[in-house]
Design a protein around this ligand. Structure first.
Ligand code: SF4
Length: 322
């Protein structure tokens, strides 16, 4: 998929997010990721726990500071915005968290929870806020009855709907969905995924959808990125990734998904070894310690991201000309 400049909502360049770890080692949670997100698309990102996908998502909307690199939204570099400018920008950039129980204040009822974003942004018009809250409840499939309920009185799905309503309050454009359905039962997961998809169409939203579950990512995404140990190793439109799994890591992830069409079921690839520590990633290709196709070059030379086909990028020596 070619992205026209006018369509670009967010552009991340060489994003690095490093933390201080134990024994003064730097944990390289995100280590040089480039990404462009198009207005109106759902970009899904998948990878094992600890690969840096949630950290990257938070870095994209400045909930975590970048160690290096830039993130631009409509051409504005977020890392250079003044506090007041960033506060204004924050209305456009929201997040839905994994565990709705943990992110809703148990001492506040739904009305108070949905009031928070307006309060934080200095919006005081009570009548307007009340109208907007009613609109939000309707958008997420709840009603006035739920206003006086406290989080413990709601089901997991209802709590996540409140989390979604809160994220929508200030009419955002980009929403980071951070494992937004992972804590829900499978049947509720499907309802919440449908709701997110309806809201995207109705409100023209853009999603950065993070999940460890490739099946879920496939259901919702226009493009998919596969992350491993702080790097994006493959980026492609979802149908291209489904038909052509290029990176050995993507092949292993996909081989674990049962296919309805048995002819498409590939042999299960079991990766050997543990994911290396992000404070001491392997030299060369950082997947080489687990890759069934690793050769000498993989141990010493870092691969570059190459465009294998229009819009389909892969970070692996097997596809580079040099
Ligand atoms: Fe495997 Fe080498 Fe490709 Fe890395 S560069 S994924 S080790 S084949």
């Amino acid at each position: 998929m070619e992205i026209e400049k006018d369509d670009v909502l967010l552009e991340a360049q060489n994003v690095k997010i490093h933390f201080d770890g134990k024994k003064k080692q730097k944990v390289k949670a995100v280590d040089g990721v480039n990404l462009t997100i198009k207005k109106g698309e759902t970009f899904g990102v998948v990878g094992e726990s600890g690969c840096g996908k949630s950290t990257f998502g938070r870095g994209l909307i400045q909930l975590l500071p970048l160690t290096e690199g830039t993130v631009k939204v409509y051409g504005k570099d977020l890392t250079k915005l003044k506090k007041a400018e960033m506060k204004e920008m924050r209305k456009k950039l929201q997040i839905i968290f994994q565990d709705p129980s943990a992110c809703l204040n148990p001492r506040r009822n739904v009305e108070q929870i949905l009031n928070e974003p307006f309060h934080v942004h200095g919006i005081r018009d009570k009548k307007r806020i009340r109208e907007r809250i009613m609109e939000l409840l309707q958008l997420v499939g709840l009603d006035e009855y739920h206003l006086s309920r406290y989080p413990h009185e709601l089901s997991g799905g209802q709590k996540q709907r409140i989390g979604i309503a809160r994220a929508l309050a200030l009419e955002p454009e980009l929403i980071i969905c951070d494992e937004a359905v992972s804590a829900l039962d499978v049947s509720v997961q499907a309802q919440v995924l449908n709701l997110l998809s309806e809201l995207k169409n109705k409100l023209g939203l853009t999603y950065f959808f993070i999940s460890h579950n490739l099946n879920v990512v496939y259901q919702v995404s226009d493009r998919v990125g596969v992350m491993y140990l702080g790097k994006m190793v493959e980026i492609a439109p979802y149908d291209s990734l489904y038909e052509n799994r290029l990176h050995p890591y993507t092949q292993a992830l996909l081989s674990a998904i049962p296919q309805v069409d048995k002819a498409k079921q590939s042999e299960r690839i079991i990766l050997q070894g543990e994911v290396p520590s992000p404070s001491n990633p392997p030299q060369g290709c950082r997947f080489h310690t687990r890759c069934p196709r690793a050769c000498e070059r993989c141990r010493t030379k870092e691969p570059q991201m190459v465009e294998w086909k229009k819009g389909h990028f892969v970070y692996c020596h097997l596809y580079s000309q040099s």
